[in-house]
Write a protein that binds this ligand. Structure first.
Ligand code: SIN
Length: 524
């Protein structure tokens, strides 16, 4: 089956939805999600969206905090653009109907997270992402120019490679003509021809065993663009959130928002001693790379599986009012955070690297844009400042939409694109082969490419991954296509990129900490 659309949007989190809503004023939009429209990484965001709203905050302060958290590896011009345009985008979200908590005075109730020198995080209780997703889904669904296809999985971006042209990483003018899309319900593969395509597939946390990301976060966009020979950057910078609830039964790991530390909660070890002041003068509110590494170190010293987050000294009523979602979750596992300390452990949370984009969300491939977590604009540098990701997603999606609509009527579909060739795919392999390989990749990444790395660990990881890569490619060649084998391939691709980039960076900086280069850690 063939479909033609002006705009193809792959992913339906904040970035995909904002792009779709804006592009729909200029043409037909096809919005796909491999699961349901609201199963996205955005929905899981708790803390909120950082933006400059009132004095004494200022753009300069937010820029300084972002650059300092990113260890100055950020693209400063990008940081400036995103922060300057942030407040206008927040206003637009409010206009669409997104609620952010307010004080009695009518001003936004701004919270504070690690690395911020001001309270600047707008939030809706402790479920900000869920609120944003709800409103934007409603807005997209009532738009007649947007067609939503759920349970549709993007397998490959279509380029001149599919017309028989040899495409390498040196090829200039690689062009995107759309994508091959797998319908999970019928197993049919659609050829979607589009004039402009955007990758907004979200995170890649499932490259690791323990992650706060939903199961759908398998790095699909990054892997697709890499396979299409597009440019990827900064993949060594994987952010581990310091405080996921320690409960080995939870997949994904349940996030305990940093805003709780902004509210006064402190990290303590199993002897109930606060330990963060030993590591950084900002204590429990130091940037995430520092806090996650400190927790990792405390766990190694004590042999414990977790540390604790202590809020028992805080006002119980206010705690429950501000963090009802976390309170309910903790109660469900027998922890009353007004009386008990919360056991917490770091978990893979956000990939700062991804598909390389410019300030308009353009990738290195013509007519292909990217926004949100799968993209890398250089905003986050070596370590993302908390709550800057929703901000970046909304600003870049807006810019990408404004750019992609230019001359849309003049652009043509490439009708010569052939349909997907499924010949030779007969084997219906047992699921256990895929799940076992997935577990092996996640274990390799957790054990050798986590918070603390070394040259030897990275070499081991790459050697072991090479075996799984070969086995999986052989299986893929022979098998009837399923989303699960595609996801495994994507996870292996992303794992490979993280290891390769980590091996190439001969220093410790921000989220990339290699014990062989520990003296190079930049001061924060
Ligand atoms: C959190 O609420 O702690 C997560 C926010 C973020 O990752 O930016």
């Amino acid at each position: 089956m063939r479909i033609s659309t002006d705009f193809l949007v792959i992913g339906s989190g904040l970035a995909g939805l904002v792009f779709a809503i804006k592009a729909a004023k200029h043409g037909k939009v096809l919005l796909i999600n491999k699961s349901s429209i609201d199963t996205t990484t955005t929905s899981y965001a708790q803390g909120g969206i950082a933006a400059v709203t009132y004095l004494p905050d200022s753009h300069d302060k937010h820029i300084k905090d972002t650059l300092s958290a990113g260890r100055f590896l950020n693209d400063e011009a990008m940081v400036r653009t995103v922060i300057h345009e942030g407040a206008a985008r927040v206003k637009e979200l409010v206009k669409w109907g997104v609620r952010f908590d307010k004080k009695k005075s009518g001003h936004f109730d701004l919270s504070r997270e690690g690395g911020h020198t001001e309270n600047r995080v707008l939030h809706w209780k402790d479920r900000t992402g869920h609120e944003i997703q709800r409103v934007l889904v409603e807005e997209a669904k009532k738009n007649k120019n947007i067609t939503v296809l759920e349970n549709h999985f993007a397998i490959d971006i279509i380029t001149q490679h599919h017309l028989g042209v040899k495409v390498t990483r040196q090829t200039k003018d690689i062009t995107c003509y759309g994508a091959y899309i797998f319908n999970k319900e019928t197993s049919q593969i659609l050829t979607v021809l589009s004039k402009q395509t955007i990758m907004a597939t979200g995170g890649a946390g499932n490259v690791y065993l323990n992650t706060t990301n939903p199961a759908v976060a398998t790095g699909d966009g990054i892997a697709l663009v890499y396979r299409a020979k597009g440019k990827i950057r900064d993949m060594e910078f994987v952010q581990f959130h310091p405080t996921a609830l320690y409960n080995p039964k939870d997949h994904p790991a349940f996030l305990i928002t940093e805003a709780l530390r902004g509210f006064g909660a402190i990290l303590v070890n199993k002897k109930a001693h606060p330990f963060m002041d030993k590591y950084d003068k900002r204590g429990s509110l130091a940037p995430r790379d520092i806090v996650a590494r400190a927790i990792d170190n405390e766990m190694k010293i004590s042999g414990a599986n977790h540390v604790f987050l202590d809020c028992t000294h805080l006002d119980a009523h206010k705690l429950i009012t501000h963090f009802p979602h976390i309170y309910a979750k903790c109660i469900s596992v027998g922890i009353d955070f007004t009386k008990d300390k919360i056991p917490v452990v770091p978990a893979a949370h956000y990939i700062c690297g991804g598909i390389s984009i410019d300030v308009n969300g353009q990738t290195s491939i013509n007519h292909l844009y990217a926004a949100g977590e799968c993209a890398c604009s250089g905003m986050h540098g070596a370590n993302r400042l908390a709550s800057n990701s929703l901000l970046e997603a909304v600003v870049i999606a807006d810019r990408a939409a404004k750019h992609a609509v230019i001359d849309i009527e003049r652009l043509k579909f490439n009708e010569e694109i052939p349909d997907w060739d499924a010949e030779g795919t007969v084997l219906n392999e047992e699921m256990v082969l895929i799940t076992q390989s997935l577990f092996e990749v996640q274990s390799i990444m957790a054990n050798y490419v986590g918070i603390v790395r070394s040259d030897l660990r990275l070499k081991r990881a790459l050697d072991r991954l090479a075996i799984i890569f070969k086995e999986t490619e052989e299986l893929y060649e022979k098998s009837i296509l399923t989303d699960k084998i595609c996801e495994l391939r994507n996870i292996i691709n992303v794992a490979y990129l993280i290891i390769k980039f980590a091996k190439n960076r001969k220093q410790s900086i921000g989220l990339h900490y290699n014990t062989d280069y520990k003296n190079n850690q930049n001061p924060s």
